[in-house]
Design a protein around this ligand. Sequence first.
Ligand SMILES: Cc1ncc(COP(=O)(O)O)c(C=O)c1O
Length: 387
Amino acid sequence: MKIAKSVNRLGTEAVYNIFAKTKKLIKQGKEIIDLSLGQSDFKSPKHAVDAAVKALNDGYHGYTLPNGIIECREAVSRKIKSLYNANIDPERIIIMPGGKPTMHYAISFFGEPNSEIIYPDPGFPIYQSMINFTGAKAIPYNMTENKDFSIDPDKILTLINEKTRLLILNNPHNPTGGFTEKKVIDKLVNGLKKFPDLAILSDEVYDRLIFDNKKIPTLLNYPELYDRLIILNGWSKTYAMTGWRLGWSVWPEKLIEHVFKFCVNNHSCVNTPAQYGAIAALEGPEDHLDDMMKEFDVRRKLIVSGLRKLKGIECTIPGGSFFVFPNVSNTGMNGEEFTKKCLNEAGVAMIPGTAFGKFAVNNVRLNFATSRENISKAIEKIDKILK
Ligand SMILES: Cc1ncc(COP(=O)(O)O)c(C=O)c1O
């Protein structure tokens, strides 16, 4: 049996290895506080659950069109209008089984040998994995250079050359929790005018998880980019619906027929009752999101102040998402050594920065979408092993 070389170029998400190791330790009777996974501990909104159950009971369980039911695409279009005052034709919206397929398809559209794709490092690991899979050259930009983990538009612009096909942006940013402000995005977009053939994938999956009353400078607010802009978003993070596998994406008109074919070739359509739940989530009350963000803000401050009290740890307060990305180098350990020690000796699971690329050797990612009690306990346990 001989498998294609491209398959060996696929990467993975280390979070799943740590998840498996954590589960094994728990099975052995160890008490583990798991701060590794990238999801909220909140429940999906009840009105979304009810709508999906009703859809099933009403017989909506067959195939739908590959780009999603029109009612769902219209609901996304209305939500974009109400949140960002941008007019997006539902025909340019594709409902996806999660945020990831948008990444997969967008990178596949532009990546091939002798082309280059620029992506954030540290960054969501699937960017680099998919770029390598296509045979394109993966060109990272370092997200650890600014203290607040915001992007540096000048540095990104210097990486673009005639081989560059796609630029990947992610704001707010996983794993750092960094948030890039509008004036910086303005500067980047202005610089991109010089490269009209370059496509942009803007991963905005954490767009509603931003603190301090700030709003995302969504790329949807730059209509001059619409003929080369792909937006990745979805229900996973905003509505605590990770396991539903629901995402939405916006594409340039000329790519729609290709995306449609990718959907047909891959997943046929998104789970039908889930799409009805998705509409209810978008159109229902948002108390759930408000409550979640109020609680995340408390937890964010709790974990940052706790980490800052620990010997040898520096921690920036995240502007968005539910991650902190402290630097642990002054403990005398790098991120990987620190992660191992925390799991084995303190019973706290987290992810080393190197799971997200090559630059964040001295960082670790902790998820604070867990109870205040878990956060406080985790800090106490780590404190003990650092003394
Ligand atoms: C930056 C980023 N993009 C995309 C995704 C994928 O989201 P989904 O679970 O909806 O596929 C994630 C998930 O963690 C993420 O952190």
